[in-house]
Every structure is written in structure tokens, then in C-alpha cells.
Design a protein around this ligand. Structure first.
Ligand SMILES: Nc1ncnc2c1ncn2[C@@H]1O[C@H](COP(=O)(O)OP(=O)(O)OP(=O)(O)O)[C@@H](O)[C@H]1O
Length: 310
């Protein structure tokens, strides 16, 4: 199975400065990461710290300014074919299931496409079998009903399950999950994170989990990497980073995190996750306004469309 490694990754964006001279923003500055099979690494940090830029570089949507990305120690050559082979192995789950699925296509179409593009199925019979297997793996049933639906006919949680099934379709070895539950209702966030965790174990996936949420980062990840202003300020075993943070910024994040022991946190009573800190704060940002959806749709849909093609 596959280990994903980022070595001294950096990304500069040109920005308009005050003077005439062009300036650059170091969105990511010398970041190294290692994600092993069967392991989840959480990338945490405040908004603008560079987490999504790292995800975009790792899925090869953005070219790094410097550094390398390797799979099992091998650098990925440039070019469309190599990118397609890479994306068969490294898949992404986006933040917003309301926008990452094409609203005008039935679910069947959205799942069949990656199966065909990556040569997973050859015959109609194989296609049907694989579609059912995919839906089964994300706990969605009955298959024939779900496959005939359009995204707007599904709930947010169901849509994110479909997005996860689509990411699993090429049978990837690495999954990048960029804030996979932050747009969902608080009541279903844990279910989706638990699903990702189960899939990681069953399929020995290497998972990079990008989040603002320290509690779920700790519970669902082996390692936590803390970013600030494009740089890694602290990393280590999840429990160590949360319980004994060394860097003042991590200490601040931990102090600012909602207290999982105080009301009104919610937990799914049917799940015994073994840790009181796997709770979700209802004060987290919920669904945003209409304009936000429109903007988010434009972004995520374009990216998901691009990934489906290559
Ligand atoms: N295409 C771009 N052009 C210029 N600047 C960009 C671009 N994309 C991101 N940035 C800047 O890079 C920095 C890092 O952004 P990034 O989206 O990676 O942060 P983030 O940690 O993922 O934030 P969030 O949690 O809000 O998604 C920010 O200052 C952002 O404004």
C-alpha cells in the first residue's frame, strides 16, 4: 500500500503590494508531511493558514512553487497521463457536498463516470455490481432508488456519502478529506467521520484529514500537524499535541477550542467512540447564506468536474 509524502512543499501567490514592485504571499512555506497506509494525519490551523493550498497541491490541482510530492518514494512525473494515474491512487473528498456533485446528473451517472474513466469496470454487469458495492460501502440503500436520484433529492449527509463513494470508485490508496463535515448538520458530522474512519481501516487507506476541529482531529487521527501562516508550528502524536501542546499557537488553539465536556455539546448516543472529546459543538459555523452557496458551488463544482475528467 501507498505512502504519500510531501517534501518541503511551498506555494507563493503573487499579490498586489503597495508599491510598484510585485510581492508574493507565501501561502505554504516549506511544509513536509508523511501519510502512511491505515493512518490518518490531521492538518489543523485557522482559516488562511494554508491547509487547502496543501490539499490542492497534493491532488495536483495547483503546481507547487517548490518541493516534491512522492507516492511510495517515487516522484510523480508531469503530464496528463501521469496525473490521471496519480488521481486513480489519490482521491479527494470536498468540503461541500451541496456543490461538489453535479446538480443536473443522476447519482448513477456521477458514480459510473470514475469507474469507467479509471477502467474499474468493463461490462454492464460489472458496472452494476460495482455501483452496488460502492453504495454498500457508504451505507446507502436501496441502491436502485439512490442511483436514480438527483443530488437535490438527497440530504446533506447522503450527498457527502455519495461524494465519498465517488472518491472511492477508482479504488484509491490515499484519501484527502478537506473539511469533509464542516458544511453538514452537526447531528450527522460524527457519522460521516466514523464512516471515513471505518473505510480507512477496511481499505488500509492513507488519509489526510483537514480540519479546524481539534477534538475530531484528535479522535480520528494518529498524528496532528498544526499550521500557521503557511508553516508547520507543531506536529506529533494526536494526544500529545492536544494534551501537552508545546507551541504557543497550539496552546492558544487548544484553549480556544470548545470545551467538549460542557453543554450543549451533542453526541450520537448509539455510538461508543470511547472518548468524551468526540463531540460536536453546535456553535460551529452552520450552513452559510445563499450567496456563499453560489460561490462555493462555482469553486467546488469546477474542481470536482475537473477531477472527474482527468
Ligand atoms: N489562488 C490564490 N491566489 C492568491 N492567494 C491565495 C489563493 N489561494 C489561497 N490564497 C491565500 O493563501 C492563504 C492560504 O489559503 P488556504 O485557502 O490554503 O487556507 P486554509 O487554511 O485552507 O483556510 P480555510 O480553512 O479558510 O479554507 C490565504 O491567505 C489565501 O488568501
Amino acid at each position: 500500500m501507498t505512502t504519500l509524502e510531501a517534501l518541503h512543499l511551498s506555494k507563493d501567490y503573487p499579490i498586489r503590494g503597495r508599491g510598484l514592485r510585485p510581492q508574493t504571499l507565501k501561502a505554504v512555506d516549506d511544509v513536509s508531511l508523511l501519510v502512511r497506509p491505515g493512518e490518518s494525519v490531521a492538518l489543523v490551523g485557522e482559516s488562511g493558514s494554508g491547509k487547502s493550498t496543501i490539499a490542492k497541491m497534493l491532488i495536483r490541482l495547483t503546481e507547487p512553487t517548490g518541493g516534491d510530492i512522492t507516492l511510495d518514494g517515487e516522484r510523480i512525473p508531469a503530464g496528463r497521463r501521469a496525473t490521471k494515474r496519480y488521481r486513480k491512487r489519490v482521491q479527494m473528498v470536498f468540503q461541500d457536498p451541496f456543490s461538489s456533485l453535479n446538480p443536473s446528473l443522476p447519482i448513477r451517472h456521477q458514480l459510473v463516470r470514475p469507474l469507467r474513466i479509471h477502467g474499474i469496470v468493463r461490462t454492464r454487469a460489472e458496472e452494476e455490481r460495482e455501483l452496488r458495492r460502492l453504495l454498500d460501502s457508504v451505507n446507502l440503500a436501496p441502491a436502485s432508488e439512490i442511483l436514480a436520484k438527483y443530488p437535490h433529492e438527497l440530504s446533506g449527509g447522503q450527498r457527502q456519502r455519495i461524494a465519498i463513494a465517488r472518491a472511492l470508485a477508482p479504488r484509491p490508496e490515499v484519501l484527502i478529506a478537506d473539511e469533509p463535515v464542516s458544511m453538514l448538520d452537526v447531528s450527522i458530522r460524527l457519522e460521516i467521520l466514523q464512516l471515513l474512519d471505518d473505510l480507512k481501516r477496511e481499505r488500509n487507506l492513507a488519509v489526510l484529514y483537514i480540519t479546524h476541529d481539534l477534538a475530531t482531529a484528535r479522535h480520528f487521527s494518529t498524528q496532528i500537524v498544526v499550521m500557521r501562516h503557511g508553516r508547520v508550528v507543531e506536529r506529533g502524536r494526536s494526544a500529545d499535541v492536544i494534551l501537552d501542546p508545546v507551541h504557543p499557537y497550539t496552546q492558544l488553539l487548544v484553549r480556544a477550542a470548545p470545551d467538549p465536556h460542557s453543554e450543549p455539546f451533542q453526541v450520537d448516543p448509539d455510538r461508543h467512540l470511547g472518548s468524551p472529546d468526540v463531540l460536536v459543538s453546535p456553535s460551529d459555523p452552520g450552513p452559510a447564506d445563499e450567496r456563499h452557496w453560489a460561490r462555493a458551488w462555482a469553486d467546488d463544482a469546477a474542481v470536482a468536474e475537473l477531477l472527474a475528467r482527468v
